[in-house]
Design a protein around this ligand. Structure first.
Ligand code: DGJ
Length: 759
């Protein structure tokens, strides 16, 4: 069932204190003056649309939201407020926590005002909360977009003026030391299973799932980036929820630094609700200290509910991303990335030969990866010196760029601007530019350190070097890498009011660093609006909606092994539509796993994303080049479908095989992939549903064999796949419920099935 219903008018029911956002089948209802509350608005509902709220219905919604008063509990009923704290008798993780020099630890916020904006593409509720005694205010801003995605953001501001909070000796209020500012929403009791993702290098986005339990499921990324193990989405759902069925409530933290995701259930529930879902930037001690008048705005916390399973959640998120003005509109150019083809061995003749082969098979963008800049013959030197290495490129990058462009491809370049090797002129000239505490610079990771980009002169230096490259050369694309986590990230702040004159304060650095990186990307993108960016972080360690505001692509993983990639892409697709997710055809033996796979399977896997090649094509034979040429033709044929369609994933009842596909918005066309990823216990997969089609239409199925036909000549193939059999025509209802029998393939084989509406 699609979630979408016509947009009703949002707003408060007349004469009712209930503020309602309703769009695309989703709804947030907030009681601005709760009956039993102490002054903070309470969340009455977040989830499926409740229909129009007349004043009478709104009133009944309020009265039925007052929970019972159990034994051994506060004497007044507890509601679940928009910023729950102990003042609401909330013993769970608070929405706001902090202090002023050890005081003001228990805020008692009250609603000071609210605004409800309706119309255009945004329906927005803004709540202004204030505690004059602690001297802190919080603005909560909820925007429900046209796709039913709820984007929430919190801002904490310290009061100005004297008399608020704890005064220092001089009479000035002490700064408000913010420990956490979370956006939390309630979950119903039926959301009793929890799913999120974890992972490691070359195995990003592994799902983990379990029952909701009392206690806190807290996923905190303290790596200065979301990490290979980023949850990506934390989802709670009805029993057995899957890709195509069940009700799901999900959250994503749109932030590229430290993050936290939280699912929490207390025995007493959360007001009339059962549990809580939310997220925040994870703040390090002392990271945000608000002087009078200063404010901190947290990242956007993105909430998404769907009654149509995880695919329903993804559909809302994908559509919401696709509606952004800077979402890539033109077809995604087919990439050749040089990394696994040549690594650091940059040689003009070799790269020209690679470019020749790339152009011959139909590549449209040639990306020169790591190894082109001063001293970068290996991964122990050079980071920070963003100038072309004259030892390798005596005539600069012109010879390779000219060659690539003459072949009709555009040119991309790899950089890693946040990092530095000690063996670089940058570090030798000024070793204080590194992000670390007093003393030695701490642990290396891939022999490198992190630059303190919140230091203005370092930011400017890196900006100017990158700007010079983008100005000097016709670079269409920047692959922006980030190959280490941030440990002990300490920023050297300039002299401040609370320190001895001339001394440098050492303060937590992740928040500042993340903002500085965003500012760097924003500045470069503004100066070079035609350039596209890719977010890479030793594979997929920085994938989030914060970075995707500044990048046209993410690199999902350094693993080009198609067996692993099937799963990595499947789960990355929970958040991102395929056109944003890089997917490369690698060599026969995967460099990161040592697994050998057929070319056909590698091609099928890399078809479902922003497609590319990462393979030394100069070693390919004619058969392989012909297969790649057929594949680039197929990429061009299907990329419009991938760019606009709805991602669907079959329920994975058999872990050895998976089914995924993309269905066009009008549901007249779809492409499905049935991929065998391991041997199976059962002899036959049997009928495999093809989800997402219009139940009332008939579809002709076509087995697309251009990339290979693993069933050819197999007497065991189901009849409909055998040569000479007329293509079957079945209704969308039959295909969704029953599907067609799939063959039992060998591991690392796949079948591509195209469905076209026959009427
Ligand atoms: C890690 C990336 O994920 C790879 O694709 C490659 O760009 C290397 N870094 C280069 O050092």
């Amino acid at each position: 069932m699609p979630d979408s219903v016509p947009d009703p008018a949002p707003g408060t029911a007349p004469d009712s204190p209930v503020a309602v956002l309703r769009r695309a089948g989703a709804c947030l209802a907030v009681d601005l003056a709760p009956l039993a509350g102490r002054g903070l608005p309470e969340v009455l509902h977040w989830g499926a649309d409740l229909g129009p709220l007349t004043p009478g219905l709104a009133e009944h919604l309020r009265t039925t939201s007052v929970p019972a008063v159990p034994h051994s509990a506060p004497d007044a009923p507890r509601g679940f407020t928009v910023l729950p704290t102990q003042a609401d008798a909330w013993a769970g993780t608070p929405g706001l926590s902090g202090h002023r020099a050890g005081t003001g630890t228990e805020p008692r916020l009250r609603l000071r005002g609210h605004r409800l904006h309706a119309g255009g593409t945004a329906d927005t509720l803004v709540l202004d909360l204030h505690d004059p005694a602690v001297g802190i205010s919080v603005e909560l801003r909820y925007r429900l977009d046209a796709f039913g995605v709820l984007r929430a953001r919190a801002t904490a501001t310290a009061d100005t003026g004297t008399g608020t909070g704890t005064a220092t000796g001089a009479g000035e209020p002490a700064p408000y030391d913010l420990s956490a500012l979370r956006v939390l929403l309630p979950l119903p009791a039926r959301a009793c299973e929890v799913l999120d993702l974890t992972g490691r290098w070359v195995r990003e986005r592994s799902p983990q799932r379990g029952p909701m339990r009392d206690g806190t499921l807290l996923r905190r990324a303290l790596r200065g980036r979301p990490g290979h193990d980023s949850p990506l989405l934390a989802a709670a759902g009805t029993p057995g929820f899957g890709f195509g069925a069940g009700e799901v409530w999900a959250v994503h933290v749109a932030w590229s630094g430290d993050q936290e995701y939280l699912v929490e259930r207390l025995p007493e529930g959360a007001g009339a609700h059962a549990a809580v879902l939310g997220g925040a930037e994870a703040l390090r001690p002392g990271e945000v200290r608000l002087a009078p008048g200063a404010a901190y705005t947290g990242p956007e916390i993105v909430f998404c509910h769907s009654a149509a399973g995880l695919d329903g959640v993804s559909a809302r998120l994908h559509e919401s991303l696709r509606a952004r003005p800077r979402h890539p509109a033109r077809p995604r150019p087919i990439v050749l990335n040089t990394w696994e083809a040549v690594y650091f061995d940059h040689d003009l003749d070799r790269l020209r030969a690679l470019a020749d082969r790339a152009a011959r098979v139909g590549v449209e963008r040639f990306v020169l990866d790591d190894g082109w800049f001063r001293g970068r013959r290996h991964d122990r030197a050079g980071l920070g010196d963003w100038e072309v290495d004259p030892a390798v490129w005596p005539h600069g990058l012109d010879p390779i760029i000219d060659h690539v462009r003459a072949l009709g491809m555009d040119f991309g370049l790899w950089v890693e601007p946040e990092m530095v090797n000690l063996d670089s002129d940058l570090a030798r000239t000024d070793p204080t530019r590194l992000l670390h505490p007093e003393g030695d610079p701490g642990r290396t990771w891939r022999h490198q350190y992190v630059l303190d980009l919140a230091r203005p002169d370092t930011w400017r230096l890196i900006h100017d070097r990158l700007d010079a490259l983008l100005t000097r050369y016709p670079i269409a694309y920047v692959k922006w890498d980030h190959n280490r986590a941030l440990y002990e990230p300490v920023h050297r702040a300039g002299p401040g009011p609370q320190e001895p004159p001339g001394g440098a304060r050492r303060v937590p650095g992740v928040h500042r660093q993340t903002r500085a990186v965003y500012a760097l990307l924003d500045a470069l993108r503004e100066r070079h609006p035609g350039v596209e960016f890719e977010s890479c972080a030793s594979g997929g360690a920085r994938i989030d909606m914060g970075i995707i505001e500044r990048a046209e692509r993410v690199w999902a993983s350094d693993c080009n092994d198609p067996v692993e990639r099937q799963a990595i892409q499947r789960w990355t697709g929970l958040l991102l539509p395929p056109e944003l997710v890089g997917a490369h055809v690698g060599p026969p033996t995967a460099h990161t796993t040592g697994r050998r796979t057929d070319l056909a399977f590698r091609l099928c896997t890399a078809l479902f994303g922003h497609s590319g090649i990462e393979w030394d094509l100069t070693g390919c034979d004619e058969h392989e080049l012909a297969a790649l040429t057929a594949w680039t033709a197929m990429v061009r044929e299907f990329r419009p479908l991938l760019r606009t369609g709805r991602t669907v994933r079959g329920e994975q009842t058999d872990p050895a095989a998976l089914l995924h596909g993309v269905v066009a918005p009008g549901r007249d066309h779809a492409l499905f992939c049935f991929a065998q990823v391991a041997t199976a216990a059962a002899e036959q997969p049997g009928r495999t549903p093809l989800p997402g089609l219009d139940p009332d239409r008939r579809y002709t199925l076509r087995h697309r064999t251009e990339l290979g036909d693993p069933t050819r000549g197999a007497a065991t193939a189901p009849a409909w796949l055998r040569a000479g059999t007329a293509p079957p025509v079945l209704s969308g209802a039959a295909l969704g419920a029953l599907g067609v029998p799939m063959p039992r393939l060998l591991p690392a084989q796949a079948v591509l099935v195209e469905a076209r509406a026959a009427d």
